[in-house]
Write a new protein. Structure first.
Length: 159
């Protein structure tokens, strides 16, 4: 049985916060605001995997009002979802994620993001694609007010 899930996340950029994307610290003058580390890449992947495995969504799995998840690494949350998927006897076939950001330039960092994500999910980096694009100056992303990510995940279970 094959199952597909789609995920999306966006957070506003704010001063005095670290920018973490795909588990990688990115030197930048702003970071993403959120309850956890606000890693939109990991969050979009979590939602895609949750959708594929019928696990609800990131808010159901990790409620923002729960202090346990405050400032937590989103890679830790990704590992928890991987465990749940495995317990349902699913295997991750592949994940594709696109980061949407006007700045900073992210393409030189996507290889490291793949490594971090694959380690958290206990899969090969070749099973993950991370891409980055801009909005050509349009909308809240183009104005540098936030960053978004979208993801699709394919999982498989025998039978």
């Amino acid at each position: 049985m094959l199952r597909v899930g789609i995920g999306y996340d966006c957070h506003p950029l704010v001063p005095e916060r670290k920018l973490i994307l795909g588990g990688v610290y990115i030197p930048f003058d702003k970071g993403l605001s959120g309850h956890s580390d606000a890693d939109v890449v990991a969050h979009a992947i979590i939602d895609a995997l949750c959708g594929a495995a019928d696990l609800g969504d990131i808010g159901t799995q990790f409620p923002p009002e729960n202090p346990e998840y405050e400032n937590i690494s989103s890679l830790t949350l990704l590992s928890k979802i991987a465990e749940q998927i495995s317990s349902k006897e699913f295997k991750i076939v592949n994940i594709d994620v696109t980061i949407i950001a006007q700045r900073p330039k992210l393409s030189p960092l996507t290889s490291e993001m793949r490594k971090q994500i694959s380690h958290s999910l206990n899969i090969k980096p070749s099973q993950i694609t991370v891409k980055a694009t801009t909005t050509n100056g349009l909308g809240f992303i183009g104005r540098g007010e936030g960053i978004a990510a979208q993801s699709i995940a394919l999982i498989h279970r025998e039978g």
